[in-house]
Design a binder for this molecule. Structure first.
Ligand code: ADP
Length: 357
């Protein structure tokens, strides 16, 4: 089978004319390109008022890619990117049809195990009998498909709808399907919202009890916009126990408070280390900080997950521990956290800082 190379695809796409003159290349409108076996996906930037005219360009892109040798599936999507001053107010809040609760899994900074926790939590919720989806909105490092062992792309259905890829009983959709994991892409707020809108509205999620959204780490503009514009039932904050990490976690809590999103709970990841040699528990990062932070903010403490090689190897290897070692102590810890989260979801939060509508 012919191997598709990015340069050839770009060459063919660059010749496609765009309304108002010029072509995709000179207009800088090629926002993303992913080649996954025989499946090629491109993302084309547009503005809201150009979107209808750009539909022809989108179709021309699909046709141009489909004609290349070795291409089995060609997908082109339009993404609205607008200069902030020209952007009309975004629609009220983005929800997803047929999804009961959207939950954000967030962290104040990267590397605390947010994605690992999100994946295992989603699978634990599924094991509790919930219908669950996971939406990877971590634009800086979309790792959910890899952690879920997914190597297929979502299937395109008539009417520009996408069928999420299912793995271990959980439906999955990721920004990573649009960009490669190591693509150096700079995302702007409006661009992220456009992509998120597509992933909420154009993906066949329903019926779903819970959609877990793996947020980008941190508390910058992109995270704030996502938190503000998505119809969230609440947020779960993942932190490691060190003071410095907890400081970032508190920034995360404050960000959600600011936009009236309830904190459903806090999870302490890499909470302690159970030594496989001596069997003793070592509190490497002085455990318990997340529980204290939770108390301070009147948010539920959902539980702690130890630092363990098995957790790392299974999640990085696409076999999350909740499903691959389902009766292990670690899987049980995730199951308990999932049960606590379900409980937390059913209780209206009464933190004085949060306004419940
Ligand atoms: P984030 O999403 O916060 O950037 P990841 O979930 O990608 O973090 O985790 C970063 C690394 O730490 C990954 O290699 C992951 O497997 C590992 N990891 C996460 N949680 C644990 C844990 N409890 N024990 C051991 N390794 C972990």
């Amino acid at each position: 089978m012919a191997v598709i190379d990015e340069k050839t695809v770009r060459e063919h796409l660059s010749r496609i004319p765009v309304p108002g003159g010029g072509d995709l290349e000179s207009g800088g409108l090629l926002a993303g390109l992913t080649i996954n076996g025989g499946a090629v996906m491109v993302m084309i930037s547009t503005t809201a008022d150009q979107a209808a005219a750009m539909e022809d360009v989108r179709q021309a892109c699909e046709a141009a890619i489909a004609a290349l040798p070795g291409v089995e599936k060609a997908t082109a999507v339009l993404t609205a990117e607008m200069p902030a001053e020209a952007a009309p107010p975004l629609p009220e809040k983005l929800g997803a049809e047929g999804v009961a609760s959207i939950i954000a899994v967030a962290s104040g900074k990267g590397g605390v195990g947010k994605s690992t926790t999100a994946v295992n939590l989603a699978m634990a919720l599924a094991r509790l009998g919930k219908s669950v989806g996971i939406l990877d909105a971590d634009i800086y490092g979309p790792s959910i498909p890899r952690m879920m062992g997914v190597d297929a792309n979502p299937r395109q259905l008539p009417g520009n709808k996408l069928e999420p890829v299912e793995s271990y009983g959980v439906k999955c959709m990721s920004m990573g399907f649009l960009v490669q994991e190591d693509d150096p892409i700079i995302w702007r707020g409006a661009m992220v919202m456009g992509a998120l809108e597509q992933m909420l509205n154009d993906v066949i999620w329903a019926p779903l009890d819970i959609l877990v959204v793996d947020m980008p780490p941190g508390t910058g503009d992109v995270q704030l916009t996502l938190a503000q514009k998505t119809k969230l039932a609440g947020a779960v904050i993942v932190s490691t126990p060190q003071d410095i990490a907890l400081l970032d976690a508190r920034k995360g809590i404050n960000m959600f408070h600011k936009v009236n999103v309830p904190i459903l709970g806090i999870i302490e990841n890499m909470s302690y280390f159970l030594c496989p040699g001596c069997g003793e528990r070592h509190d490497i990062f002085s455990t318990g900080g997340a529980r204290l932070t939770a108390e301070k903010y009147a948010a539920p403490f959902l539980g702690g997950i130890p630092l363990d090689l098995d957790i790392r190897e299974t999640s990085d290897g696409g076999r999350p521990i909740v499903v691959s070692k389902s009766s292990s102590a670690h899987a049980k810890a995730y199951m308990e956290i999932a049960a606590n989260l379900v409980e937390s979801l059913s209780v209206p939060r009464a933190s004085p800082k949060i306004t419940i509508e």
